[in-house]
Design a protein around this ligand. Structure first.
Ligand code: KG4
Ligand code: ZN
Length: 331
């Protein structure tokens, strides 16, 4: 009969559902919320309402695409933390209700752990232990994965996340939110060494990105009108190059300290082509084995929740119906 898990992700502005059978992803459905575009960022109240509207059709589609019925399910998984509390409440309550009505176990998943374990979805996957650089809109971490359920944060940002660094500098360049993918697109046309921005000196394996935004701001303030329009591609390429260098240098330090040479990336920013190419090149040069998930498993999705839940299911790691979501990032 096997283990079939339905997973739900609703931590921010994507309503997502996925069905996983014995560790294989059978469906991965995502409804993105365009309602936030006009506000230049995610509006929590609107995100919760959109989740309410999307969750039933998204779950229906995930089951349909997987060829599964509710009666096939062995467990229901959901993102418990971190995220926008109103958004998390929708997914949590939906998962609880299904668990109660179907009388099957409930599995709570940490969104950041799931980003790391997205690397276990492809056939070409790392073995334990491995390192993972998780870079998203809310987080920047280096994680040492000793086993599927033993994940240790060994470095993290002390201020902005890498995704915020992309989005905030993109805003300074007049690009709409979220600017990360646009910087990536224009960077392909520009010279990454044209402009130099300050790289922070932060101890250990930690990161800082707030200085980069200020450095770009001060640089732009000194320029003539029309400068951004005339230099958009080179500016994007230079900003992206600076962020990628900050990330890769710390990753190299983490490999040196742990002597773990299987290296993965995860999270929305791992969709960035500069980071993907930079990691591959660095891996070839230094003898690392590198792993990069498919684009669809990099940004927020429910397949990563499902694969994490599959490993939790095997350990009998279930939660009761009294579980609550949490906005906080602690593991
Ligand atoms: O993991 P994610 O989808 O959501 C969070 O949990 O935060 O990450 C979203 C972040 C945004 O900051 C977005 O600008 C960034 O990932 N992002 C990118 C790219 N695609 C998404 N940043 C740079 N280059 C990209 N191609
Ligand atoms: Zn995420």
């Amino acid at each position: 009969m096997g283990t079939t898990i339905l997973a739900i992700e609703s931590s921010c502005d994507e309503t997502a559902a996925s069905v996983c059978k014995d560790g294989e992803i059978l469906s991965n459905i995502i409804a993105s919320q365009s309602v936030h575009e006009q506000y230049g960022g995610v509006v929590p109240e609107l995100a919760s309402r959109a989740h309410m509207q999307n969750i039933v059709p998204v779950v229906d589609q995930a089951l349909l695409q997987a060829g599964s019925k509710l009666s096939d399910l062995s467990a229901i998984a959901f993102t418990q933390a971190p995220g926008l509390i109103g958004s998390l409440l929708v997914g949590t309550q939906f998962a609880k209700s299904l668990s109660l009505s179907l009388q099957i176990p409930l599995i709570a998943v940490h969104h950041m752990q799931a980003h790391v374990l997205a690397n276990l979805i492809p056939e070409q996957r790392p073995t334990f232990p491995f390192l993972c650089l998780t870079v998203s809109g809310g987080h920047t971490q280096i994680v040492l994965a000793k086993s599927a359920l033993e994940l240790e944060v060994i470095g993290e940002t002390i201020d902005d996340a890498a995704g915020e660094a992309f989005d905030k500098t993109a805003k300074l360049l007049g690009l709409p939110y979220p600017g990360g993918p646009l910087i990536d697109r224009y960077a392909k046309l520009g010279d990454p060494l044209k402009f130099k921005f300050a790289e922070p000196q932060i101890p250990e394996l930690n990161f800082s990105f707030s200085g980069l935004k200020t450095s770009v701001l001060y640089f732009l303030q000194k320029q003539e009108p029309g400068f951004i329009e005339a230099n958009r591609d080179d500016l994007c390429a230079s900003v992206q190059h600076t962020i990628v260098q900050i990330l890769l240098k710390k990753l190299a330090k983490a490999v040196q300290q742990t002597n773990v040479k299987q290296v993965c990336i995860a999270g929305g920013v791992s969709a960035n082509s500069g980071l993907r190419n930079g990691l591959i090149k660095m891996g070839q040069k230094r003898g690392w084995k590198t792993f990069i998930p498919d684009f669809s498993y990099c940004t927020d999705n429910a397949a990563m929740i499902a694969i994490t839940a599959y490993h939790k299911f095997q350990q009998g790691d279930f939660v009761s119906l009294s579980v609550n979501p949490s906005a906080r990032a602690e593991w």
